[in-house]
Design a protein around this ligand. Structure first.
Ligand SMILES: Nc1ncnc2c1ncn2[C@@H]1O[C@H](COP(=O)(O)OP(=O)(O)OP(=O)(O)O)[C@@H](O)[C@H]1O
Ligand SMILES: [Mg+2]
Length: 232
């Protein structure tokens, strides 16, 4: 569904991606792992049209979308839960969900009610403003907002960062449920063992390139991979 080939990206003079390549098929759960500053978020920004690539190619279902605007990427079925959440602080939970639905494709199955079924906590807080939510609630709202665009592939950039273990588990449960419904998921996170419970495949990024790719089984049976690329 998503194919990234030989992607190059930079901020001004400083190059960050040096030939990033990855693929995600329909219904697959794939992770992007790697230490801080290796280029994971930059890859996401380049795919979603938030940073213009300097080279390489991004395609969705065979359509070349390299450098396309974010709303085009959304219409083609990609939804982003960005690093730092980026919800509207002065809109209520419900307004946050509805605002995204309008901007998105709006053709699919996701409604605010379905998001509330996925995260009952958000139903309780539906009239609260974005800036009155706890970190975990904000994260749930950020996921709900991405779902409201009815994506075929949802990308989560550090969705569990700074959250309590209990809330983190709720996020993992949510992703497991989405997977069972056939959603493709690209998840960037530091909790490798939690990811190994439901992800199909993994990519490890180092200095703007993929340095290792393999199945969950391969990752589990190669502890030296974790030692070499993921230990801080
Ligand atoms: N807006 C920016 N301007 C200049 N340099 C940036 C900018 N954003 C990121 N960088 C640099 O690009 C490199 C890759 O950053 P990126 O955010 O992609 O890493 P990451 O893998 O997502 O890291 P983390 O795990 O900390 O989120 C880093 O060296 C970072 O300092
Ligand atoms: Mg990042």
């Amino acid at each position: 569904m998503l194919v990234v080939e030989d992607l190059q990206a930079a901020y001004g003079e400083s190059k960050v991606l040096f030939g990033m390549s990855l693929t995600i098929d329909r219904g697959e759960v794939v992770t992007l792992l790697g230490r801080n500053g290796m280029g994971k978020t930059t890859t996401v920004k380049s795919v979603f049209g938030l940073l213009k690539p300097r080279g390489g190619r991004v395609s969705i279902d065979g359509v070349d979308v390299t450098g396309a605007a974010p709303n085009r990427i959304a219409r083609l079925g990609l939804g982003l839960v960005p690093e730092g959440r980026l919800i509207f602080p002065t809109l209520s939970v419900h307004e946050n969900l509805i605002a995204t639905a309008r901007a998105g494709a709006g053709k699919g199955k996701w409604t605010a009610e379905r998001v509330y079924d996925l995260f009952p906590r958000l139903r309780e807080r539906r009239r609260n403003m974005g800036n009155q939510l706890s970190g975990g609630e904000q994260q749930m709202l950020a996921i709900g907002r991405a779902l409201m665009t009815n994506p075929e592939l949802i990308v989560l950039d550090e969705a569990t960062e700074g959250l309590a273990p209990l809330i983190r588990d709720q996020i993992w449960d949510c992703l497991t449920r989405l997977k069972s419904e056939g959603e493709a998921i690209l998840v960037i996170d530091k909790n490798v063992s939690a990811l190994s419970r439901f992800a199909d495949r993994h990519y490890i990024v180092e200095k703007g390139q993929i340095v290792w790719a393999g199945s969950t089984e391969a990752l589990k049976t190669n502890p030296q991979v974790k030692d070499r690329f993921l230990r801080v």
